[in-house]
Design a protein around this ligand. Structure first.
Ligand code: ADE
Length: 244
């Protein structure tokens, strides 16, 4: 996977690429990422990248010329997905992360101020992504969220590749509870089944807990799933318990 990032504040993104999983997958040649300053494609001596909005109003708009020039310079094979980070985009989900992780080349555009000239969106942007229903001061942090989420599902990113596919959301369920030693802490005990060494029972318990937790915290996620009779019975029992 190759990724290029266009930003007005590349220094927000660059340090995070030097640690943890993102560092490791770059070292292992699984991931190649470069962060560019959009000003490098400005053509005047003041390196201007923004201008006033036609029609008036508050805030500046990122000009089309530097963005068109930057994307043309980076998308040499013309095979890149051009991703614009914006609160108006498709909400980011784990399945979107996994789909994007299969692309060979992504170019991320980080907005600033009031956003980018609409013609860039019409002509070259292929995907618009939002990381949530709130407004950040720019797209850099949103890009970092996307980079991190993609980086950790790339092959070889995690010691045990399976674990990215077993964790929260990979099956549209929230994660089950986790425990580590000690087996008892200030009177609070680790559930017996986890100490049993019985792998099948542990798997069942974890799945049941994931379903219960999802039902309590994110019932909307369960609507996408076809639950088995056993799973439905489980939910009924836990609902009855919580209403007692
Ligand atoms: N830029 C500003 N806010 C954003 C958001 N919520 N998601 C993606 N990009 C953004």
């Amino acid at each position: 996977m190759k990724m290029d990032v266009l930003a007005l504040f590349p220094e927000i993104i660059a340090p995070a690429l030097q640690t943890g999983i993102l560092r490791r997958i770059q070292d292992a040649d699984r991931f190649s990422i470069n962060v560019y300053n959009l000003r490098d494609w400005a053509t005047d001596k003041h390196k201007t990248v923004d201008d006033y909005p036609y029609g008036g109003g508050a805030g500046m708009i990122l000009k089309p010329e530097p963005l068109f020039a930057a994307v043309a310079a980076l998308n040499t094979e013309s095979d890149a997905q051009i991703v614009y980070l914006t609160p108006q985009g498709t909400p980011l989900t784990q399945s979107l992360v996994e789909a994007l992780s299969l692309e060979s080349h992504l170019i991320l555009i980080c907005g600033r101020y009031k956003g980018i000239d609409e013609r860039v969106r019409q002509k070259i942007v292929t995907t618009e992504i939002s990381i949530g229903d709130y407004v950040l001061s720019g797209g850099e942090i949103a890009a970092l969220v996307l980079i991190d989420a993609i980086g950790r599902v790339l092959p070889g990113a995690l010691g045990d590749f399976e674990s990215a596919h077993e964790d929260s959301f990979s099956q549209d369920l929230l994660d089950h509870p986790h425990y580590t030693r000690p087996a008892e802490y200030e009177g609070m005990k680790v559930p017996e089944v986890l100490l049993s060494g019985h792998h099948e029972k542990i798997k069942e318990w974890r799945h049941a807990e994931a379903i219960k937790r999802t039902a309590q915290r994110r019932p909307d996620l369960l609507q996408n799933l076809e639950l088995t009779d056993e799973e439905l019975a489980l939910l009924q029992t836990s609902e009855n318990k919580s209403s007692c």
